[in-house]
Design a protein around this ligand. Structure first.
Ligand code: ISE
Length: 341
């Protein structure tokens, strides 16, 4: 490692809003094998909160190129993800980029080209459900064939309030992209057709802006996925996954929400947001990333740039279906060899 502490990887974080701050604090306080070498955020007040723990850089490019930084986490606004990721590849530094990797699939192609030229993946995409214990336990049940062959994935993805996106297509790329990746990952197949319908639940949103979606995915191995993405659920934040197999079904169980009985009633807590619900997943994800940082490459990425690309290819089709009201086919290209795990 070129980091200042030879035995530890120096990690830089670009963007220290809610998500980036969580990554930075996980690196700085809760992981092994790495230290927080630097942060950048255009909001100096947010960045300066880390001035006692690391160098606060005045520019993202200075952070990326600094010798004390071995690898980077990109947690800046979605529209900046692809450019910062490409900059990290130019410096041959592994990068964990928050989802979505870009706004459209086409924007990801230069990253795929760059990694093929480099000869190995350097990019990991932050599909953290792949590290979420309720999801990994469900995946293990499927791999042990305890419910037969998977046939149908059903997902619920509810936010309290719609994320700060202006149009519904951003809701698809910012939120539903998780469910698309979960369906591909759990059913181990590629999407061939999408059908998406939407409604507006939050009446304070502009008329015509939809915040609640039903997404149906058909996959190449004749399996199906049905996902509800409800971004104005108000009561709390919930993500669940269930897979029906040929001899049973398996469903995620969310730990931690105690059941309270009092005054002739029973209640259980519901998480407030993704930072709370996926607290452990983010930690497991970043520790896995650190453990697999090679010099100039990443072994066994959780989700790689190809997953980021295909997720956006499906998201593009979901947006087209949402607006057309028709099913839309998805033509997933052949996976390049460097992404074949
Ligand atoms: C946010 O960026 C996330 O990644 C959350 O997992 C998702 O539930 C939320 O809708 C997104 O805005």
């Amino acid at each position: 490692m070129t980091g200042e502490r030879n035995d530890l990887a120096g990690i830089g974080v670009i963007g220290v809003g809610g998500m980036g701050s969580r990554h930075a604090r996980n690196i700085s306080r809760h992981t092994k094998g790495a230290y927080l070498a630097g942060v950048y955020d255009p909001d100096k007040e947010k960045a300066d909160k880390f001035s006692s723990e690391c160098t606060v850089f005045d520019s993202p490019l200075e952070l990326i190129s600094n010798d004390s930084v071995d690898a980077l986490i990109v947690a800046s606004p979605d529209v900046t993800h692809i450019d910062f990721t490409l900059r990290c590849l130019e410096s041959r530094k592994p990068v964990l980029c928050e989802k979505p990797l870009a706004i459209t699939a086409e924007e990801v192609l230069p990253v795929i080209k760059a990694e093929i030229e480099l000869g190995s993946p350097l990019v990991t995409v932050g599909f953290m459900r792949r590290f979420d214990p309720p999801h990994t336990q469900l995946k293990k049940v499927l791999e042990e064939e305890r419910v037969g062959n998977p046939q149908l994935y059903k997902g619920i993805h509810r936010n309290r309030y719609a994320p700060p996106a202006s149009e519904e297509e951003h809701f698809i790329t910012q939120a539903a992209v998780h469910d698309i990746d979960a369906a591909r990952w759990l059913l181990k197949s590629e999407v061939t057709t999408v059908y998406v319908r939407g409604i507006r639940v939050d009446r304070s949103l502009e008329e015509g802006t939809e915040d609640t979606f039903l997404i149906t995915l058909s996959l190449a191995n004749d399996t199906l996925a049905a996902v509800e993405v409800a971004l104005s659920a108000r009561y709390g934040y919930e993500v669940t996954a269930e897979v029906l197999g040929t001899s049973g079904s398996v469903k995620t169980q969310v730990p931690g929400n105690t059941a309270v009985r009092s005054e002739n009633s029973r209640s259980a807590g519901v998480d407030d947001d993704w930072l709370e619900r996926f607290r452990e997943a983010y930690l497991v994800e970043v520790q896995h990333w650190i453990d697999h940082l090679g010099s100039g490459f990443i072994e066994e990425p959780g989700a790689d740039a190809w997953d980021g690309y295909i997720g956006l290819l499906v998201a593009d089709a979901c947006i087209e279906s949402l607006y057309s009201g028709e099913p839309v086919p998805v033509d997933c290209p052949e996976k390049p060899d460097i992404y074949k795990k």
